[in-house]
Design a protein around this ligand. Structure first.
Ligand SMILES: NC(=O)c1ccc[n+]([C@@H]2O[C@H](COP(=O)([O-])OP(=O)(O)OC[C@H]3O[C@@H](n4cnc5c(N)ncnc54)[C@H](OP(=O)(O)O)[C@@H]3O)[C@@H](O)[C@H]2O)c1
Length: 256
């Protein structure tokens, strides 16, 4: 029982790992011995983060735009040129759009659905050969989809496409878990509450105190909170868990 959370020697891909939650998860993986690939659209950002994380282990940054299937195929082929298999895929890259109901634009719908939902499906599909290649009786491959508490409860903000995309990711996680269980590929999701990031910067600056009042544990999420959840869902500790969504929000949603 000593190595239940051992991720050492595994190969992981964390999409959108250049900052925020993706960088927190990538750091947790790298520090615990996993060779970790991160990506983002901005070469400078992803290179810099990969360089910083490489102080703790092995982290490689790749530039990619995951909003189209062509961009996803290019990203997967970049990884396939370097690796014969991957053990863990974290579908984390995402974006948010807020606008009043009467003005909500089509671009705010399509952009969010493309990166938050479509990319999760096609990254899974295109990475399957590399994930399948890592499966052994004692090594289940892992897919972790980063959803949100906004996919489980109605958000306070007018982020219509965002909350719909996250609810869809949670259900797609169940569907893919059922389909892939026989291939020893586990598919789970994490629904984070409030974590500091580029995405939440403005909301946290304006509403932090009000948000803290709603969170029973009375604090914003820290890197260890999300990295710990991802480590659990990547290791032997969770080998009997698939199709589930792990809520990491200080108790917010369950006590709403
Ligand atoms: N922070 C929270 O409190 C919170 C709560 C619930 C759920 N989440 C979820 O957690 C995930 C990460 O969010 P975050 O808060 O860490 O946001 P963030 O700081 O804005 O990070 C988003 C990441 O995704 C990348 N990205 C965005 N669009 C991309 C594209 N088309 N192709 C490739 N990469 C792309 C970004 O890099 P580039 O912009 O350089 O491409 C960046 O690395 C998202 O799925 C979000 O919905 C966050």
């Amino acid at each position: 029982m000593k190595n239940l959370f051992n991720i050492s020697g595994k190969i992981a891909v964390v999409t959108g790992g250049s900052r925020g939650i993706g960088a927190m998860i990538a750091r947790g993986f790298v520090e615990n011995g996993a060779k970790t690939y991160i990506c983002s659209r901005k070469e400078k950002d992803v290179t810099e983060t990969a360089k910083n994380l490489s102080r703790y282990g092995e982290c490689i940054g790749i530039t990619a735009d995951l909003s189209t299937v062509a961009g996803i195929e290019k990203f997967v082929s970049d990884i396939a040129a370097r690796e014969e298999k991957i053990d863990i895929l974290v579908n984390n890259a995402g974006a948010v759009w807020a606008a009043p109901l009467d003005e909500f634009p089509e671009t705010g719908w399509d952009k969010i659905m493309d990166i938050n939902l479509k990319s999760v499906f096609y990254l899974t599909q295109k990475f399957l050969p590399l994930l399948r290649a890592s499966v052994r009786d004692d090594n289940l491959a892992r897919i972790i989809n980063i959803a949100s508490v906004d996919g489980l409860s109605v958000p306070d903000f007018e982020t219509y496409s965002y909350s719909a995309s996250k609810a869809a990711v949670i259900h797609m996680t169940r569907t893919l878990a059922k389909r892939l269980a026989g291939e020893k590929i586990l598919v789970n999701a994490i629904a984070p509450g409030a974590f500091p990031s580029h995405m939440t910067k403005e909301i946290l600056e304006k509403n932090k105190q009000a948000m803290l009042k709603k969170i029973p544990l009375a604090r914003i999420g820290e890197p260890e909170d999300i990295a710990g959840a991802a480590l659990y869902l990547s290791t032997r500790a969770s080998a009997y868990v698939t199709g589930t969504t792990l809520i990491v929000d200080g108790g917010w949603v369950e006590t709403k």
